[in-house]
Design a protein around this ligand. Structure first.
Ligand code: OXD
Ligand code: MN
Length: 635
C-alpha cells in the first residue's frame, strides 16, 4: 500500500485533504493514483476533491457549481442555468469544436482522410504544454462513472478529472455513478480516463477565456482524452462524445458496435408487445423527436453499445442515463414529454438559453420572445448584434437541457437492465429535401449497412462552422469514427451476419419538400413510419419491393395514419412521397462513391452493393424513361 501511496508524493498536502486521499487509497488502484498524480502535478489546481457515490459528495458538486457561478438557480426548484463562452456568432464555445478535436495517431499508422488527426508525439507535446498550470486557482474534481448499466457485460468504467463543476454536475445527471465499481476493478487499468480543464476563466458567469487554445485530443493508445479551454458539454464531458470515440476504437477491435444511436421502445396498438429500435441521425435531424414519439418509450437518445446475445438477437444498452438535448423548437405540442419535464420542478441544467425573471426562454418554445434578458452574450435585448454585426438570437440555436431519462413520463423500464434489450431494427436518417422517400427498408443487412453509410445531411448549428452544407455522414457517426472506415464497415458487416435475428434496417427522411419548398410530411408522420417498421420486423405487413429497397403499401399507411394520427392519408400524398427519384438517387450514389473512393481498401461487399444499386437505377431509367417513378409501378 505504501508503494501505492507514494504515487501521490508530488501532490502538496495543502491541495488534497486526508479525506480525499483516503477515498483514493480505498480504491487500491495504482493506475488511478498515477493518473491523478500526473495530472494534478501538471494542471496545478489549488484543491483536489474526490467524489464517491455518497449523496453528500454528489450534493457537494451541485452546490459548488452554484457557489463558483458556473451555474445559477432559476425560479423552479432544481433548475439551473449555465453559459458557455461566447465572442461572436461565429466564434464561441456553444457547440462541438471539430477543428480542434483530433485523434493522436502514432507515426506510420493509417487514418481515414476525414478523421482529424495529429501526430501523437506532436499532439501530446502541444496539449500537455497547454495543460501546464491550466487549473491554477481552481478546484479539481475526481469522479468515477460507468458507461452503461452497472454490473453489465456492456459497460466500461470511466475516470474523470475536471475543474468544471458544471461538467461534473452534468455527468452526474447523464451517467451512472461508479466509485464502488472502481473498487471491483481489482487494481486493473480497464477503464477510460478523461482530463478536462476549462482553463483560465473570465467574467461572471465564469467562462473559458482562451478559446484559441481549445484542444480536445483523443489518445487511443492510452484510452484517454485530454480536453482544455472549453466548457460546452460536447467538448468537455469525457463520458459523452469523447468516450464514444474510445468505445468505437475498442468495439472495432472486438466484436461489438459503439454507435451514435437512440434506443426506442415501440409499442404498436393492440399487439401487446414492445420491440426495440435504434436510430442514427446527424444532430438536429429528428433524432430526439423520433426517440420521443408519443405512445412509445425512450431508452436512450444519443449513444448505444450493441453486442451479439445468446438469444440470437443483438442486444443494446444506453451508455447514458440522461439527455443532453437540443432545446430549440421544444414546445408543448410537438414535444409534450420533454416540455412537461423541463417546465416542472426537478434537476435540470439549461445551457445557453435566455433568462428573464429567472425563467428560461428558447427559440421555438411557442412563447413571445422577451424584449430583454440575460443570455450567452450577457445582457441581451431584441436587435442586439455581435461585433461583426450579426444578429444575436435570444437563445443559441444549439442551447440545451440536461435531464435524467427517468424524469420523463415515457422513460423505458429497461433503462438499467444489465442485459440490455433485443434489437429489432435500425433507422438511419439525414436532412434531405429531394431524394430519399420517407421510409425505405433495406434489401438485406449489407444493403442496410450501405444505407447507413450513405446518410447525407445539411450541416446545422450543433457544430461550429457553416450551416446548410450537404455532407456525407456515415451512420451519423463520422465525427466520432476513429478507426479507418474500411474497418468500421467490415465490423458492421460481420456483426449483422453473426446474428441469428439480424435487425432490419430502414432509411428515413423527414425533410422531403415539394417544388414550392414545402415539407411533404407533418412532424408526427414519423410515428407511422416507425409503427410500420415495427410491424415489418414481425412480418405484419407486406411491402413493395423496388430495386432500391422495400417501401410500404398505400393501404397499410392509410390505416396507420387513421389509427395513430386520425389523419386521412391520401393516395396523392403517398404517390408524391414514395416516388423513386432515379436521377436524384444516381447523383447521391455518385457523391457516396466519391467519398468512399478516398478510403483505402473499402470492403468488397460495399462496392458490390454500390454497383448493384447503380445498375438497378440505370435499368429503371432505361425502362421508364422518367426521372421519378411512381410507387405503383413496382406493385
Ligand atoms: C449531440 C451531438 O450533442 O451529436 O448529441 O452533437
Ligand atoms: Mn449526438
Amino acid at each position: 500500500m505504501d508503494v501505492v501511496k507514494n504515487l501521490l508524493i508530488n501532490i502538496d498536502s495543502d491541495v488534497i485533504d486526508q479525506e480525499s486521499l483516503d477515498k483514493l487509497y480505498a480504491l487500491n488502484n495504482e493506475h488511478v493514483l498515477k493518473i491523478v498524480n500526473e495530472f494534478i502535478s501538471r494542471c496545478k489546481p489549488s484543491k483536489v476533491t474526490v467524489i464517491t457515490d455518497s449523496q453528500e459528495d454528489i450534493d457537494y458538486v451541485r452546490q459548488r457549481a452554484i457557489e463558483i457561478g458556473e451555474e445559477a438557480k432559476l425560479s423552479i426548484d432544481g433548475h439551473t442555468i449555465h453559459y458557455d463562452a461566447f465572442s461572436t456568432m461565429g466564434y464561441h464555445d456553444q457547440a462541438r469544436d471539430k477543428a480542434n478535436t483530433r485523434i493522436l495517431v502514432p507515426k506510420g499508422e493509417y487514418a481515414s482522410p476525414w478523421i482529424n488527426t495529429i501526430d501523437r508525439d506532436e499532439g501530446l507535446k502541444e496539449i500537455l504544454e497547454i495543460m501546464e498550470g491550466c487549473m491554477r486557482g481552481n478546484e479539481c474534481i475526481v469522479r468515477f462513472f460507468c458507461l452503461g448499466p452497472i454490473n453489465s457485460k456492456f459497460s466500461i468504467l470511466a475516470l474523470q478529472l475536471t475543474d468544471s463543476l458544471y461538467v461534473c454536475h452534468s455527468e452526474d445527471i447523464l451517467y451512472r455513478k461508479a466509485y464502488e465499481e472502481f473498487k471491483k476493478l481489482d487494481g486493473s487499468n480497464k477503464f477510460f480516463y478523461f482530463i478536462h480543464s476549462s482553463g483560465e476563466l473570465i467574467g461572471d458567469p465564469p467562462v473559458s477565456k482562451n478559446l484559441d487554445k481549445r484542444r480536445i485530443y483523443i489518445d487511443l493508445k492510452e484510452n484517454r482524452v485530454l480536453s482544455v479551454n472549453n466548457q460546452y458539454a460536447g467538448n468537455s464531458l469525457g463520458l459523452k462524445k469523447l468516450a464514444l470515440r474510445l468505445a468505437i476504437n475498442q468495439a472495432n477491435n472486438e466484436d461489438w458496435l459503439a454507435e451514435h444511436y437512440f434506443i426506442l421502445g415501440v409499442h404498436p396498438k393492440g399487439k401487446n408487445r414492445v420491440s426495440y429500435f435504434c436510430g442514427a441521425y446527424p444532430s438536429a435531424c429528428g433524432k430526439t423527436s423520433t426517440a420521443m414519439l408519443p405512445g412509445q418509450t425512450v431508452l436512450g437518445d444519443d449513444i448505444a453499445y450493441l453486442r451479439p446475445w445468446d438469444d440470437g438477437y443483438a442486444h443494446v444498452v444506453n451508455i447514458e442515463r440522461g439527455l443532453f438535448g437540443i432545446i430549440k423548437d421544444v414546445n408543448p405540442e410537438d414535444d409534450p414529454y420533454i416540455w412537461d419535464a423541463i417546465t416542472t420542478p426537478r434537476e435540470i441544467i439549461f445551457s445557453n438559453v435566455l433568462i428573464r425573471e429567472e425563467t428560461p426562454y428558447w427559440i421555438g418554445d411557442g412563447r413571445e420572445v422577451p424584449e430583454k434578458g440575460i443570455n450567452f452574450s450577457g445582457e441581451w435585448q431584441i436587435g442586439k448584434k455581435d461585433e461583426e454585426g450579426k444578429k444575436i438570437p435570444h437563445a443559441h440555436p444549439n442551447a440545451r437541457y440536461t435531464l435524467r431519462i427517468e424524469e420523463l413520463k415515457n422513460a423505458d423500464e429497461n433503462l438499467h437492465n444489465p442485459d440490455g434489450v433485443p434489437l429489432h431494427g435500425i433507422f438511419y436518417g439525414g436532412r434531405d429535401s429531394d431524394t430519399m422517400p420517407p421510409i425505405l427498408e433495406s434489401l438485406n443487412w449489407e444493403h442496410g449497412v450501405f444505407l447507413g453509410a450513405s446518410i447525407e445531411s445539411e450541416t446545422t448549428s450543433a457544430t461550429i462552422g457553416a450551416v446548410g452544407v450537404r455532407v456525407q455522414q456515415p451512420m451519423a457517426n463520422l465525427d466520432f469514427i476513429v478507426v479507418p472506415l474500411r474497418k468500421y464497415l467490415e465490423n458492421h458487416q460481420r456483426f449483422g451476419n453473426s446474428l441469428q435475428h439480424c435487425p432490419k434496417v430502414f432509411a428515413t427522411n423527414y425533410f422531403l419538400k415539394n417544388q414550392d419548398c414545402k415539407y411533404l410530411n407533418g412532424m408526427l408522420d414519423k410515428l407511422c413510419w416507425v409503427i410500420w417498421a415495427e410491424g415489418r420486423s414481425h412480418g405484419d405487413y407486406e411491402a413493395i419491393k423496388t430495386p432500391v429497397g422495400y417501401i410500404p403499401k398505400y393501404e397499410d399507411l392509410k390505416e396507420l395514419f387513421k389509427e395513430y394520427l386520425g389523419k386521412d392519408y391520401t393516395k396523392e400524398e403517398y404517390m408524391e412521397q414514395f416516388e423513386i427519384r432515379v436521377t436524384k438517387l444516381l447523383k447521391k450514389l455518385e457523391r457516396i462513391e466519391m467519398m468512399y473512393r478516398k478510403e483505402e481498401n473499402v470492403p468488397d461487399f460495399f462496392w458490390i452493393v454500390v454497383n448493384e444499386e447503380r445498375e438497378n437505377l440505370l435499368n429503371l431509367k432505361e425502362k421508364y424513361q422518367k426521372e421519378d417513378i411512381p410507387p405503383d409501378e413496382f406493385l
